[in-house]
Design a protein around this ligand. Structure first.
Ligand SMILES: [Zn+2]
Length: 454
């Protein structure tokens, strides 16, 4: 089947789909091995989605990061009707949530800590590029992020759900996993609202920064969610809160004492991390609860994580156990021991513990760490233009007032010039105060003034 792109491009899709999902199917494009097409199911297309994708196609993030984001490349039409989009074909490896699994059956139980730190660094790099380009991801759940477990290379998927804002429109992200949404979004969903109906603004760079902090935490802390907790057995009357309950209450059990609650048994204490990373987690989960803009930005996490990779030592027992060199003993051996003890005391058949037979292969380290000056420049330029657009009426108001003042000062006892100057100042002030409305009225008045006086 052949579809039209924007302009004269044509795409011939394979007859069999590669992958099917809830929204549509992914197809190979014949003769263009680097691209795939997503064709939406009939009920899943609308004008808003089309506008959003056109916007994304027309201004992608810096091209050096496009190997790590499945960013839309073209929009697809069938007989003039919007049906889907084209994107680069990505090498899909493992969902990030699989990396988080703990226990003897966990697929990546012997992945080195250093490699987990590198994955965290790479998440920061990609998110930094996306934010530099002025975009917000929104749904940053681990199933939308693919990881190469050997190199630590990450790929962000499902970008058509991203939360896109431009000067005139908000194309909202209407999906998300509660464990990766911060308090401000949970609160907006009270009263039976969901992400499609919650009052705007919903997602922002600050909400992305919350999800990033959760991922960094899970990568560093045995896969444990930062708001996961266990009920202290002697206080079993305490209901067991879910991570999303604790997010909403702002109870971060790794740094705050919560009555009846403790951190999960296989979780290491936060004190296993260097002070700078502890401080970043405090900002992300405690200070950020009331002031979302205090949550660390991707580049702040990145430099702390790079610092950590230079401060590692390896456990004498297990090669994949690496830890911060200031610690006197291996926190991973301790966590495993605590977990084993609990499992011995419970007769659950799921008794599982880390099977550490053999030394894991050392992954090649290839963190694509780059400072994206070009992206930062255009991101900043975009923000400046946005600000200028926002303040344009005030700027014009001030300029017109200055012009009026100039007329008055140079009037040289000419009443007409003096009066015109005063009128200009009044109009300038009106525009400054009432913004666009004043600009229209003021523009009209100036026109009228010239018509009458000429
Ligand atoms: Zn150890």
């Amino acid at each position: 089947m052949t579809y039209n792109g924007k302009g004269n491009a044509q795409y011939n899709l394979s007859s069999q789909y590669l992958k099917a999902g809830g929204e549509g199917e992914i197809y190979d494009i014949i003769g263009q091995s680097g691209l795939v097409a997503k064709i939406y199911k009939p009920g899943k297309v609308n004008y808003e989605k089309e506008r959003k994708l056109i916007k994304m196609v027309s201004s992608p993030p810096d091209k050096s990061v496009l190997t790590q984001i499945a960013w839309p490349y073209d929009v697809l039409y069938n007989a003039g009707n919007f049906v889907g989009f084209v994107m680069p074909k990505m090498k899909i490896n493992e969902d990030l949530n699989v990396i988080y699994e703990y226990g003897s059956t966990a697929k990546y139980r012997t992945m080195q800590w250093e490699n987990r730190i590198i994955i965290a660094q790479n998440l920061c790099v990609v998110l930094n590029y996306i934010h530099d380009s002025g975009y917000v991801c929104g749904d940053l759940n681990p199933k939308n992020i693919s990881v190469d477990p050997v190199t630590g290379f990450v790929v962000f998927l499902d970008t058509d759900s991203y939360h896109i804002v431009d000067l005139l429109n908000v194309y909202r992200c209407d999906v998300g996993m509660p464990e990766y949404l911060p308090v401000e979004i949970h609160k907006k969903m009270h009263g039976g609202k969901n992400l499609a109906t919650a009052p705007l603004p919903t997602f922002s760079m600050d909400t992305d920064n919350f999800a990033l902090a959760v991922h960094v935490f899970q990568l560093l802390m045995n896969g444990v969610h930062p708001f996961a907790c266990a009920v202290i057995p002697s206080q079993s009357s305490v209901p067991h809160p879910q991570p999303s309950d604790n997010i909403e209450k702002g109870e971060f059990p790794f740094m705050q004492n919560i009555p009846g609650i403790r951190i999960p048994v296989f979780a290491p204490k936060i004190s296993i991390l260097p002070k700078d990373l502890q401080d970043l987690f405090k900002r992300a989960f405690i200070d950020g609860h009331t002031s979302p803009d205090l949550r660390p930005k991707p580049d702040e996490w990145h430099s702390a994580l790079v610092g950590l990779t230079q401060e590692l030592k390896t456990c004498k027992k297990f090669a994949h156990h690496q830890y911060y060199k200031s610690l006197s003993s291996c926190p991973w051996c301790e966590a495993d021991k605590a977990f084993e003890k609990i499992m011995e005391n419970t007769s659950t058949p799921a008794r599982s513990q880390i099977n550490t037979s053999g030394v894991p292969p050392r992954p090649s380290v290839s963190a694509p760490v780059r400072t994206n000056w070009v992206g930062a420049f255009f991101g900043t330029l975009g923000k400046i233009l946005l600000l200028i657009g926002f303040y344009l009426p005030q700027i014009l108001g001030v300029l017109i007032s200055i012009l009026g003042l100039y007329f008055m000062v140079t009037a040289n006892w000419d009443f007409g010039d003096f009066f015109m100057g005063a009128v200009f100042i009044a109009i300038g002030i009106a525009i400054y105060i009432t913004k666009w409305k004043g600009l229209l009225i003021g523009g009209g008045l100036i026109g009228l003034f010239y018509m009458c006086t000429s």
